[in-house]
Unconditional design. Sequence first.
Length: 247
Amino acid sequence: MGKLPQIIKLDATDSTNLYLKDLLRDKNVLNNTVVVAKKQLKGRGQMGSTWESEDGKNLTFSILKKFNALHATHQFNLNICVSLAVSDVLQELSIPNVSVKWPNDIMSGPQKICGILIENIMKGQWVQHSIIGIGLNVNQTSFENLDKAGSLASVTDRIFDLDALLDKILAKLEYRFQGIEGKTVTQLLPSYERLLFRKDKPSTFTDAHGEMFMGFIRKISSSGKLVLELEDQIFKEFDLKEVSLLY
């Protein structure tokens, strides 16, 4: 284990990712610095969606990871490592049917229980550092207007200690990040694909224009794109902005 991360605890902030970004502007921030908020006023998910969270019941935090030699072509390794770290912890806690909905949501059965937002700061062809935001629904049990949301408590009927959970996730993140700069996406993909939500099941998607279509999730490309099999055995790659899975 490396040295313990510096943990900054806040009662409330707009977004832990934004807070870390502002810190980085003002001073040199230590690698593995963690910002945890009891309340996020403007939590953000992928593509600008908002992340709803009841005060003090869930884990909303961001962690700073600095790199010396992580090439831009392998940046999907970050998604893989973070998704697997969270999934590892949930499986150890006997959360049922844990899977990863590409690229960054963690599911228990059909319910989304965790969202991950990774923002990379680049220097030329290299990832200089990453701000990794994790929003995990823990002890919240009612989700208004969010029919597909769930939490650790709602799927297990148990209450969890947030600090202990945070420690577990940070330890797993450190473990998963070991040697990441020397690995290609292709090397890390098999463990990620084994957990892929709705892999090889007929699913409905919408494209960038809102048109619905059917397909099968077959794999993830080496650049982190979703590879779908469409009609007539046509395989097509999709980027995050080009497709969304309806179920």
